[in-house]
Write a protein that binds this ligand. Structure first.
Ligand code: 13P
Ligand code: SF4
Length: 302
């Protein structure tokens, strides 16, 4: 309690806002001003009039917030909170891929570094990837879509397009196997299955719906089903339960934890506000180009 009070007091003194991803620890979600998916958090970061953003998530998310609010201080409470998928492609590797396909439009998942975003035409999250391809890139003859090959496969299935892809993937979601979905269905007959599009295609094929974490929050409210099998990082179950007290949520497997998302604690949030660390900085020559691809995405929205 004392910790929570200290954070609240300091947050006010610093004119700070706390943004948290849906996978964060329950106590971190509970102290946040806004909890959401990558897209929702980017929109909040772009709109807030706070002077400081404490970003409880992983590095690429805080970096995206900094790109959208360059005059604000964006703090990542644990500087080691990265995303292994985002580290699977470098700007140099993407430049080499672009050189092989000079006419292609380049779409990147938001789970990338600013250097990679600076090489792209358009950015997307899992909440709007299908629309980006179906609407904004509908006339593109060739599309490079990096780095998540599973998200690319999902969007290809939804849009009928093919992509030049990259062999990136989320090590957390890749742990979910078809047998986990089958076992969960057998254990909970009548439950609906929602999974994240970062899952393997064999897994999304078995689900009732594949959606972003923000989509899951909405779907759980709307579905008539009383029991829901959750095929993503189980941190989201805290919020799902809080907002749907009449429904029951079952994690598809106990092994889907994202260790990076669990690095942020209340103590680290307090230290972050006390020491104003770890501030995210992006060199302007990269930020200027990277911002264009994110702003193009935000124009389209969800
Ligand atoms: P969402 O944008 O759906 O919240 O996903 C972010 C992420 O990193 C999923 O692993
Ligand atoms: Fe990255 Fe996967 Fe963790 Fe999301 S869940 S932050 S994609 S490693």
């Amino acid at each position: 309690m004392e910790l929570v009070e200290k954070i609240k007091r300091l947050k006010k003194d610093r004119k700070a806002v706390i943004l948290a991803h849906n996978y964060q620890l329950p106590e971190v979600q509970d102290i946040a001003d806004f909890v959401g998916d990558s897209l929702g958090l980017s929109i909040q970061a772009a709109q807030t009039d706070a002077a400081v953003i404490v970003f409880c998530g992983v590095h690429f998310m805080a970096e995206t917030a900094k790109l959208l609010s360059p005059d604000k201080t964006v703090l990542l409470p644990d500087k080691k909170a990265g995303c292994p998928m985002a580290d699977m492609i470098t700007a140099e590797q993407l430049r080499a891929l672009k050189a092989e396909h000079p006419g292609a439009k380049v779409l990147c998942y938001v789970n990338t570094s600013a250097e990679v975003k600076a090489e792209c035409d358009l950015c997307c999250t899992s909440a709007n990837a299908v629309r980006m391809v179906g609407e904004i890139l509908k006339d593109a003859e060739e599309i490079i879509f990096v780095p998540d090959r599973y998200l690319a496969a999902f969007v290809a299935g939804q849009t009928g397009r093919t992509f030049i892809t990259w062999p990136g993937f989320c090590p957390t979601h890749a742990r979910i196997l078809p047998e986990h979905v089958e076992a969960a269905r057998a254990l909970h007959p009548g439950a609906v299955v929602m999974v994240h599009p970062e899952c393997r295609p064999e897994v999304t094929a078995l689900a009732d719906i594949a959606i972003s974490t923000g989509g899951m929050i909405r779907y759980a409210k709307e579905t008539k089903a009383r029991e829901i099998i959750v095929g993503t990082e189980p941190g989201i179950i805290h919020r799902l339960k809080k907002e749907n007290q009449d429904k029951v949520f079952h994690p598809v497997s106990a092994f889907v934890i994202c260790p990076n998302m669990k690095r942020t604690s209340l103590e680290k949030i307090l230290w972050s506000l006390e020491d104003m660390e770890h501030a995210i900085e992006v060199p302007e020559e990269i930020a200027g180009r990277a911002r264009l691809s994110i702003e193009a995405m935000l124009k389209v929205g969800r």
